[in-house]
Design a protein around this ligand. Structure first.
Ligand code: NAP
Length: 226
């Protein structure tokens, strides 16, 4: 979800996505549908920390169709809910966050695993991946695939998206363009991708796979691989 002026994060303001979408119902439906189809949802710890109270399930964002989404998951042979996969280098995970309590796989460095030792609820597990300052997202995806997670949805945030794009790991992007203008002044307000510079030398040219409109919102789907 991004604003007309390309903002996806509102600095220290929590729950940026909801603010930028104005809790738009069509956007929440699409988000729920994507979650309903996914084996797992991959997010960075920054997104978890910035979204208190959120749970990455279809019914959380679109409760009216809870039973229909459950039926869809069953027909696709998915578990009841997608597994939340959380990436953190530091291990700075709010362990009382409801999404953590509901169960998550935390993928982290040796230092992150040490920081988390004994703190996570039993619903969680930890995968330690090599690397001191970050984890290799290629290894993360391989570990997820070994668990049978073929359809992996990422909901960011910008650092995770940047890392995935830099390594050529993102197949498609679903972007909702909100008609709101967010502005930028005192705090850094990130766009969809952060932590990697592509243009002018190696801009990633995508293909527009579909464009839909609901009222003043645009729902865009891009293919990122040839
Ligand atoms: N508008 C939208 O649709 C949308 C969607 C998602 C997020 N957001 C917003 O984006 C903002 C957060 O931005 P962000 O870029 O900080 O989010 P992020 O990418 O979710 O989080 C960054 C953090 O994730 C961990 N991380 C990311 N890549 C890693 C890697 N390769 N190895 C190890 N750890 C890794 C690190 O955690 P540690 O610091 O714990 O090491 C890093 O500091 C929030 O304001 C949120 O609301 C908006």
């Amino acid at each position: 979800m991004e604003s007309l002026d390309g903002v996806v994060a509102l600095g220290s303001t929590p729950s940026a996505g909801s603010a930028i979408s104005g809790r738009n119902r069509a956007d929440r439906f699409l988000m729920a549908l994507l979650r309903a189809c996914a084996h797992a949802v991959l997010v960075g710890a920054g997104t978890l920390r910035a979204t208190p109270g959120h749970v990455w399930t279809a019914e959380h964002v679109f409760p009216d169709l809870k039973s229909e989404f459950a039926e869809l998951r069953a027909s696709l042979g998915r578990d009841t809910r997608p597994r939340l996969v959380l990436v953190t280098a530091s291990g700075d995970v709010p362990v009382s966050h409801p999404a953590v309590i509901a169960g998550a796989t935390v993928v982290t460095t040796a230092a992150g695993a040490a920081a988390l030792k004994g703190r996570l609820p039993e619903s969680c597990d930890v995968i330690e991946v090599g690397g001191s300052r970050s984890v290799d997202l290629q290894e993360v995806l391989e570990a997820m695939r070994r668990r049978g997670y073929d359809v992996i949805l990422t909901e960011g945030g910008p650092h995770v998206i940047g890392d995935l794009i830099e390594k050529g790991l993102l197949d498609e992007a679903f972007i909702t363009l909100s008609p709101v203008i967010a502005g930028r002044d005192r705090e850094a307000r990130l766009g969809m991708v952060h932590g990697v510079e592509l243009l002018p030398d190696r801009g990633l040219w995508s293909r527009l796979l579909s464009a839909r409109r609901h009222q003043d919102f645009l729902f865009l789907r891009y293919g990122l691989k040839a």
